[in-house]
Design a protein around this ligand. Structure first.
Ligand code: AMP
Length: 181
């Protein structure tokens, strides 16, 4: 039987080569969240540094950030707020666009979701270049909320996203790293 101590989360993450395009190694967490021990261990490790922090809301980025963010919010006994791709949220929204390798994308949050000074924990499954997280942080800044930290299961350090966030003064908590893209 596998014991919680020394539990190897990394082996539950499946790598799919050349998805969504040639050269990309897609780090697929669906295999991790399908496993009851790996899911529980991930959520425990993600919330661990924040159990004594004052956090008002957990904010998750569409779509895998919803799965993890919902479980983290439940564990912390806090509410969950979604950041979605443009055009999906039904109420009045604010928006931030960001650069993709080819073209542009935009994320939105409900305008009335957060108030000035509310403390939030930002969640997504993976940080690569950091573009998505930076757009989410800019959106949160627009709401006046105060970001306590950003957390991710996977960091791809060679793509530099984590360093960008840290340079912006954001605390970053990640669980496993993979080399390369
Ligand atoms: P980035 O904006 O470059 O930091 O990319 C982060 C977002 O894209 C996250 O929402 C990830 O789910 C997704 N993503 C980027 N690269 C990968 C990858 N190699 N494997 C899995 N997901 C990725």
């Amino acid at each position: 039987m596998e014991l919680r101590q020394g539990f190897d989360l990394k082996k539950y993450i499946r790598t799919i080569h050349d998805h969504p395009k040639p050269g990309i190694m897609f780090r697929d967490i669906t295999t991790l969240i399908a496993d009851p021990l790996a899911l529980r261990a991930s959520i425990d490790e993600l919330v661990w540094p924040f159990l004594r922090e004052k956090i008002d809301y957990v904010v998750g980025i569409e779509a895998r950030g919803f799965i993890l963010g919902g479980a983290i919010a439940h564990t912390l006994g806090r509410g969950f707020i979604p950041i979605r791709k443009k055009g999906k949220l039904p109420g009045e929204t604010i928006e931030r666009s960001y650069q993709l390798e080819y073209g542009e994308d935009a994320v939105e949050i409900h305008k009335d979701a957060l108030s000035h000074g509310e403390k939030v924990l930002l969640v997504d499954d993976l940080i690569a270049t950091g573009g998505t997280a930076q757009a989410a942080l800019a959106l949160l800044e627009d709401t006046g909320a105060d970001v306590v930290a950003a957390c991710f299961i996977v960091d791809l350090p060679d793509l530099g996203g984590r360093d960008k966030l840290v340079q912006q003064g954001v605390k970053v908590h990640t669980l496993v790293e993979f080399e390369g893209e």
